[in-house]
Design a protein around this ligand. Structure first.
Ligand code: LHQ
Length: 262
């Protein structure tokens, strides 16, 4: 597929997906949402891809829904539940279900559904120039794209309520401090560090990372007993991979492991 609104760039076992509508701060029209879904499906199917990064072209990560498309002039208002069903929810499900690590490299402002797309990813890195806004309430809406699920689980009820109800911008540094994101980098280091992490993840035991992701997903709703049983099952699967044998052999032979993702 030839993409118009995103860039799809592979290198060795890495995939970088760049949201590419910089003139409107990479806000989502239906075309971009469809292309991102297609790109994630390709990443799921391509065994060669072992780590994925989502980032933005230009000065923003994403300003969320393209408001010009959501509120067309002289036409009846769009059905917002349909927009969520068709455009955003499939993206959030795919990010959580894909058994490969997905990094959000937040290069600039991340607002509305753009912020919550980032928060659905496994590891969120940000440039010190970046910021996060639960902008929905500022236009009379509620956080969507999984925001009401991920936010309280990431930062607790109080911080989540404040962020969602007030719709104020917070800096990347503040986001790191409250546990909303993993790490912030100086602007000069951000690209290099994001690439480094993407490459590192692509060379790690991909199956184990997929199982870790499954365990994290399920820990959101499981009780301890259910989680202990899940760990038994997933550890048995991890223990039958090539990479487990390779990891143990490399340790005893005092060499660097060469994981294959198998
Ligand atoms: C935009 C946008 C934008 C179009 C900047 N759309 N053009 C789901 C389902 C259904 C319906 C509704 O929503 C959702 C989920 C959502 O995401 S709701 C939340 C939607 N997003 C927002 O409300 C954020 C709106 N944007 C902003 O508040 C600001 O642009 C931020 C704080 C992101 C950045 O501010 P600045 O750095 O000052 O940039 P700017 O405002 O000057 O924007 C630059 C250009 O980008 C500008 O166009 P222009 O032609 O004047 O240069 C904006 O109109 C355009 N743009 N966001 N979401």
């Amino acid at each position: 597929m030839i993409y118009k609104f995103i860039k799809y760039e592979t290198s060795e076992n890495c995939l970088t997906i760049k949201l590419n509508r910089p003139e409107v701060l990479n806000s989502f029209n239906s075309g971009m949402a469809g292309e991102l879904q297609h790109a994630l499906d390709s990443a799921i199917a391509d065994e060669n891809i072992r780590a994925i990064m989502i980032t933005g072209e230009g000065r923003a990560f994403s300003a969320g829904q393209d408001l010009a498309e959501a509120i067309p002039k002289d036409e009846p208002p769009a059905d917002l539940s349909e927009l969520l069903k068709k455009n955003y929810n499939p993206i959030i499900r795919k990010i959580r279900q894909i058994s490969k690590p997905v990094i959000a490299a937040v290069n600039g402002v991340a607002a509305g559904a753009g912020a919550n797309l980032a928060l659905a990813c496994d590891i969120v890195l940000a440039s010190e120039k970046a910021s996060f806004i639960q902008a929905f309430v500022n236009i009379g809406l509620i956080p969507d794209s999984g925001g009401t699920y991920f936010l309280p689980r990431l930062v607790g009820f109080q911080q989540a309520a404040g962020l969602m109800m007030l719709g104020e911008k917070i800096s990347a540094g503040e986001a790191e401090k409250i546990g909303l994101i993993y790490k912030t980098f100086d602007e000069s280091e951000f690209s290099i560090e994001s690439e480094k992490l993407l490459k590192k993840l692509s060379q790690m035991p991909t199956k184990a990372i997929g199982f870790i992701k499954e365990a994290l997903n399920r820990s959101m709703s499981n009780n301890l007993e259910e989680q202990l049983r899940l760990e038994e099952k997933l550890q048995a699967e991890a223990g039958s991979t090539f990479d487990y044998k390779e990891g143990v052999n490399a340790f005893s032979e005092k060499r660097k492991p060469e994981f294959k993702g198998e």
